[in-house]
Design a protein around this ligand. Structure first.
Ligand code: ACO
Length: 258
């Protein structure tokens, strides 16, 4: 059982806020926290009232990566299952609902991997980031899969080799973040994203996330074939019928809660 206190779950409006809550250890990840995060993500996916998921941390750091005082152990895979941290990265990246990182402070190693896995990431000004793995004699192995598509080979190579600390402002330039805001504006900036997402049809939002992840991995021929199929299916959907009649009638579609 995950320690409920180490990872918190709270619904705020249309979003489920999942908060890493071990500020005295800068939210360094244990196996227990990784499974807590997975359970809370599943809960959010199962609740139709929740339209977006927010990942954040309590205290001065978002997440200091693997718990280095516990041999970096983020949970063992049993023989057949994938590594639990890989499972977590892919649950964030490929789960049906959008995940927004509300990056309240430092993100290092695996913590920075979590930032990269988010669909949208907004950080406070001046936060420190680093792929610090090489400094302790390991490499950013699992997270490279989610980092490379965002930063590209050029920046990823340099940052993985140097372990350099960089600020949120640089992370914005690198393409790891979508916005940098003063700390007191983080929650309202994130709420703005949640409100925008809640205006989209729930099925359309699910398919839009899947579209980006899928097309990015396919060759051009397969990507066009996938796109043609999905758009035909969505134009024929009940949700699109409702969206189009709401547009024609100059009213809000049924999924928008005023
Ligand atoms: N694992 C275990 N404990 C940690 C970790 C960690 N990853 N990060 C911080 N802590 C602990 C510190 O040991 C310290 O504990 P203490 O009070 O018992 O001495 C406490 O959290 C506070 O840490 P400070 O370093 O004092 O906090 P500060 O705010 O000055 O700095 C920062 C924060 C930059 C995140 C710093 O703690 C740090 O560099 N941490 C290590 C980051 C790292 O290299 N992570 C591993 C990457 S490898 C991977 O993820 C696979």
């Amino acid at each position: 059982m995950p320690n409920d206190e180490a990872v918190l779950y709270e619904q705020r409006g249309r979003a489920a806020w999942i908060t890493l809550n071990v500020p005295e250890k800068r939210n360094a990840l244990t196996g227990e926290m990784v499974s807590g995060l997975r359970e809370h993500l599943e809960r959010a996916h199962g609740d139709s009232d929740v339209r977006a998921i927010v990942l954040t941390g309590n205290g001065t750091a978002f997440c200091a990566g693997a718990d280095l005082k516990n041999k970096g152990d983020m949970g063992d895979a049993d023989e057949k299952a994938r590594n639990p941290f890989i499972d977590l990265l892919s649950a964030v990246r490929d789960g049906a609902k959008p995940v927004i990182g509300a990056i309240n402070g430092a993100a290092f190693g695996g913590g920075l991997g979590l930032v990269a896995a988010c669909d949208i990431a907004i950080a406070v000004a001046g936060a420190k980031f680093s792929f610090s793995e090489v400094r302790i004699g390991v490499i950013p192995a699992m997270i490279s899969v989610v980092v490379l598509p965002k930063l590209g080979e050029h920046h990823t190579m340099r940052l993985f080799l140097t372990g350099e600390r960089f600020t949120s402002e640089r992370a914005l330039e690198y393409g790891l973040l979508h916005a940098v805001v003063p700390a007191q504006e983080l929650e309202s900036a994130v709420n703005g994203e949640v409100d925008a997402i809640a205006k989209g049809g729930p099925n359309a939002i699910r398919e839009a996330k899947k579209l980006v992840r899928t097309v990015a991995r396919l060759g051009e021929e397969d990507a066009f074939a996938y796109a043609e199929d999905v758009i035909a299916r969505l134009f024929a959907s009940e949700e699109a019928a409702e969206g189009m009649s709401a547009f024609a009638a100059k009213r809000s579609p049924s999924w928008v809660k005023e």
